[in-house]
Write a protein that binds this ligand. Structure first.
Ligand SMILES: *Cc1c(COP(=O)(O)O)cnc(C)c1O
Length: 346
């Protein structure tokens, strides 16, 4: 695969914005180059200087945890920014297309629509696994991206690893594996496979297991060539200084995150078996994530009855292949007990 050919013509020729921080990187003591307020910020902590555009300190700390070199790491304002940049860098509007595998995360389609890029949908099989023949048929020479969400949202299952490898080995564009929920999964991450597949992009996020959804920080791991393209296209200061500071602090507290992952998985498995006992629940789908998809007799009235008790879950019953389904995020032990009690009372 030739990354040069894969990117859009205008992006290939793009000269990126050069920031003041790009042009001078030495140890000077007086910075009068970026029109910042030299006096400070009206706060205890100063934010008057523009942040590091490449977030090297933060990437270094992430690299120590993930084992992925900095050159293979991109940080976005949420993984949603990485998704959007993949469209903007690689998909020619009105010409190129992408393959998505419904039922899946909604942002791939929204981003495609915003960027006027054709979407080719290949439904997952009833087992929520890949329809490899269907994917092969959907692809043509203008297909630039295939999005595989694993564990998949909203179904909760991991995609069979060898099926993903088949797509990686046979597709001449980028295979984007969205691992937002990988911390809860039995299946291992694909980030160790980056050296094997030049067309692999792995998305992860600080929004789920790391408990930092409000910060908006997502990660994309890929070959150096793909990362260079994303860096060229991104807004120069896409990760603000407060986010960089707070995320660095959070990374020192990985034990807490690992404890929560363990508890969440235990709660998920307990809630799954408790839900399966309820007469109204027709099916509890196996989950590798921090949520459970269940099929019930009457999704809308169940949803509304829970709302009346102050409990909000996600109604996915209008999504094809998810008819009658509700998606429930794993709460605290107490929240899960209250949910179960509420469902029993219906
Ligand atoms: C929640 C979620 C994300 C996270 O997106 P952020 O922009 O990083 O908050 C990404 N992909 C999937 C499938 C998700 O469910």
């Amino acid at each position: 695969m030739d990354i040069n050919k894969l990117q859009r013509e205008n992006i290939k020729n793009l000269r990126p914005y050069s920031t003041a921080r790009d042009e001078y990187k030495g140890q000077a003591s007086i910075f009068l180059d970026a029109n910042e307020n030299s006096y400070g910020s009206p706060l205890d902590q100063n934010y008057n200087r523009y942040p590091d555009p490449l977030q090297l300190d933060l990437k270094d700390a992430i690299s120590k945890i993930k084992g992925v070199p900095i050159e293979n790491t991109f940080l976005g304002n949420g993984s949603d920014e990485a998704i959007d940049l993949l469209f903007r860098a690689f998909c020619e509007p009105g010409v190129d297309n992408v393959v998505i595998l419904p039922p899946t995360y909604g942002m791939y389609e929204v981003s495609a629509n915003i960027n006027n890029v054709e979407i080719r949908k290949v439904d997952l099989l009833p087992s929520f696994q890949l329809d490899l023949d269907g994917i092969a048929e959907a692809i043509d020479e203008h297909t630039k991206l295939i999005f595989i969400c694993s564990p998949n949202n909203p179904t909760g299952n991991s995609i069979i690893r060898t099926d993903i490898e088949t797509v990686l080995a046979n597709f001449n564009g980028l295979v984007v594996i969205d691992e937002a929920y990988i911390n809860y999964a039995k299946q291992r991450t694909f980030i160790k496979e980056l050296t094997e597949y030049p067309n692999l992009v792995v998305l992860q996020t600080f929004s789920k297991a790391w408990g930092l959804a409000a910060l908006r920080l997502g990660m994309a791991f890929a070959s150096g060539l793909v990362i260079d393209v994303l860096n060229k296209v991104k807004p120069p200061y896409n990760i603000n200084q407060a986010t960089q500071d707070i995320a660095l602090k959070a990374l020192e507290n990985i034990e807490q995150v690992n404890d929560w992952i363990k508890i969440t998985v235990e709660e998920r498995d307990k809630l799954s078996s408790d839900l399966a006992e309820l007469a109204m629940v027709k099916k509890v789908y196996p989950s590798d994530a921090n949520f459970i998809l269940i099929q019930v007799d009457d999704a809308l009235s169940t949803y509304n009855a829970l709302v009346d008790q102050g409990i909000i879950i996600r109604d996915r019953s209008k999504v094809s292949l998810c008819e009658g389904c509700l998606r429930i995020t794993i709460g605290t032990t107490q929240e899960n007990e209250i949910l179960l009690k509420a469902l029993k009372s219906l």
